[in-house]
Design a protein around this ligand. Structure first.
Ligand code: GLV
Length: 337
């Protein structure tokens, strides 16, 4: 008798033509509408399958896998994986994978663009124009912060941080970075980036970009104290996770003029956005779209599918998913993006 086909749950609508590749190996249950699954619904879905293809919307921890006795693999579409309790999954022998690499350049493009939009007040200028306020060219109108020739600070120097540093070269910027560990000399040279401690980074950056992973250790790494250490008139851009910033403290810094502007693609309670930030004129707000080019989003789904197929022991790479989330060398989940 033929072995039963493994069962797989696809938690969100992705790209049908790519997800269809799973049908060759598995019995697939698809969710056809973007869903905010309750923890109990995730637990029920995982309890019925051998593998799952999930996104950042789906939070999977100990409670969600406790009854998932057949679950062997969770493939998450996205590079950050704070939606997964990787330790809980590994403790049950469940392979967890993410999608690094394929989104690096697209996300770095967006981070740089968001930093520039905030510094040069691009969305604020457009809102002002659309509101019919433009009565004539004004010499003092909408003066922004300089970009070329200034100092860019990068907090979290993984692949995406390095991509942003390489882009800064074309703008004649000095690049400082701070990271959990210092990069090898050849990588520093390639990025023309100088390692500094966190306080120096805060004090010397004209534009600070956050690209570090979110974990308990990095929660509110930019709080009122860090904001007070930043250079007056600097900008702050976040394309990592909202929980890195104390948003009320940021609203104070933006409202009080301490910071010139901020660019935020991620929010602590997303999709809800702190109303104080919504009320600030000098913040550019985007709905977590840094990796959202069509080609990149397709590549992310394709990699997640490849991971799931291999992790469930099928296909040419059976047993060797291309991008597993490694068991952490220490107890933390602090890998760089
Ligand atoms: C998006 O935020 C990702 O982590 O891929």
């Amino acid at each position: 008798m033929a072995e039963p086909r493994p069962k797989v749950w696809v938690s969100q609508p992705l790209f049908d033509d790519i997800v269809a590749q799973l049908d060759a190996w598995f019995d697939v249950t698809r969710v056809s509408e973007i869903s905010d699954h309750a923890p109990s619904a995730i637990a029920a879905a995982l309890g019925a399958v051998d593998g799952a293809l999930v996104t950042l919307n789906d939070r999977i921890g100990e409670a969600e896998v406790a009854g998932a006795t057949h679950l062997r693999a969770v493939a998450s579409v996205g590079v950050g994986y704070d939606n997964l309790d990787v330790d809980a999954l590994h403790a049950r022998g469940i392979v967890a994978t993410n999608t690094p690499g394929v989104l690096t350049e697209t996300t770095a493009d967006f981070g740089f663009a968001l930093m520039m939009a905030a510094a040069r007040r691009i969305t604020e200028a457009e809102h002002w124009l659309r509101a019919g306020q433009w009565q004539g060219w004004g010499f003092h109108k909408l003066l922004g912060a300089e970009i070329h020739g200034t100092t860019l600070g990068i907090l979290g120097m993984g692949r995406i941080g390095q991509g942003i540093a390489r882009r800064a070269r074309g703008f004649g910027m000095r690049v400082l970075y701070h990271n959990r560990s210092r990069l090898p000399g050849d990588v520093e040279r390639d990025c023309a980036a100088t390692y500094v401690d966190r306080d120096t980074l805060l004090a010397r950056s004209d534009h600070l970009v956050l690209v570090l992973p979110y974990s308990a250790a990095s929660h509110h790494v930019i709080d009122a104290d860090a904001l007070a250490r930043m250079k007056p008139g600097a900008t702050l851009t976040n394309i990592a996770r909202g929980g890195l910033i104390d948003e009320d403290a940021l609203a104070d810094a933006l409202g009080g003029g301490r910071l010139a502007a901020a660019g935020l693609d991620v929010f602590e309670g997303e999709p809800a956005v702190n109303p104080r930030l919504l009320a600030c004129r000098n913040v550019v707000l985007t709905p977590h779209v840094a990796s959202a080019s069509l080609a990149t989003r397709r590549a992310m789904v394709a990699l997640a599918v490849e991971n799931l197929v291999a992790a469930l022991g099928r296909g040419p790479d059976a047993g060797r998913p291309p991008t597993p989330i490694a068991p952490p060398p220490d107890a933390g989940r602090h890998r760089l993006r």
